[in-house]
Design a protein around this ligand. Structure first.
Ligand code: GRF
Length: 213
């Protein structure tokens, strides 16, 4: 039986689209049954609808500062759809401990850095400012501590001499689209999450000599 997945987005939805693409494979162990956006006009909503997946807008602005009520509606939609695994994919709202607790161990996120480096926002700018030579992305379990849950998968990319944040972001994003489907596959198959390297999905494109910063 395929595991039932709900995806939460706020914007572009390219990681959601990568998950949808992967889930088209009949052998993929998960199916995306619901996409929820807190922004009704998020471009990802149209992508989900075009793919034939129910796309539901649950606009946080309807709830003012009442974060818990917004999440109650999201939680009910996920439960109604019999979702078992939640994938955050560019979902730009902080989640309350109550929601995180309800989905603990069943909620994944993709973050655009090699955690534990650069949790939080503006990761590409911060990576450039720090002068790191490798940057990347991480799929991890969501816990109360932001961007600190168990790491399920990582991919590294080189930081090149002429990078700006946009170029670096694009290189990282291409890897996000690879590792999120791989991590969800492993997770849905119940492969243990992951402190042994053998279980981690680790992609390391070799930096080429000419490009190294
Ligand atoms: C990605 O960079 C992801 O790592 C971060 O938010 C961005 C979402 O992009 N959490 P998209 O909406 O999946 O295109």
């Amino acid at each position: 039986m395929k595991r039932r997945v709900g995806v939460l987005i706020s914007g572009r939805g390219s990681n959601m689209a990568a998950l949808l693409d992967a889930a088209r494979d009949p052998d993929y162990p998960a199916e995306i049954v619901l996409v929820i956006s807190n922004r009704p006009h998020a471009p990802g909503m149209a992508l989900a609808s075009q793919a034939g997946v129910e796309a539901r807008a649950i606009d946080h602005r309807r709830f003012g500062t009442d974060r818990a009520s917004h999440e109650t509606v999201i939680d009910a939609a996920l439960r109604d759809a019999r979702v078992e695994i939640v994938c955050l994919a560019g979902y730009m709202r902080l989640l309350t401990p109550s929601f995180v607790g309800a989905w603990q161990g069943q909620m994944l996120n993709i973050h655009p850095s090699l955690l534990p480096a650069f949790p939080g926002l503006h990761t590409h700018e911060r990576a450039l400012a720090a002068g790191v030579k490798l940057h990347g992305c991480t799929v991890h379990l969501v816990t109360d501590a932001m961007d600190q849950g168990t790491i399920l998968a990582q991919a590294a990319v080189p930081v090149l001499a002429d990078d700006d944040a946009d170029r670096l972001a694009a290189r990282v994003l291409a890897e996000e689209h690879v590792i999120y489907p791989l991590a969800l596959r492993a997770f849905a198959e119940g492969r243990p999450a992951v402190s042994a390297p053998a279980d981690a999905v680790l992609r390391n494109p070799l930096p080429n000599e000419r490009g190294l910063a």
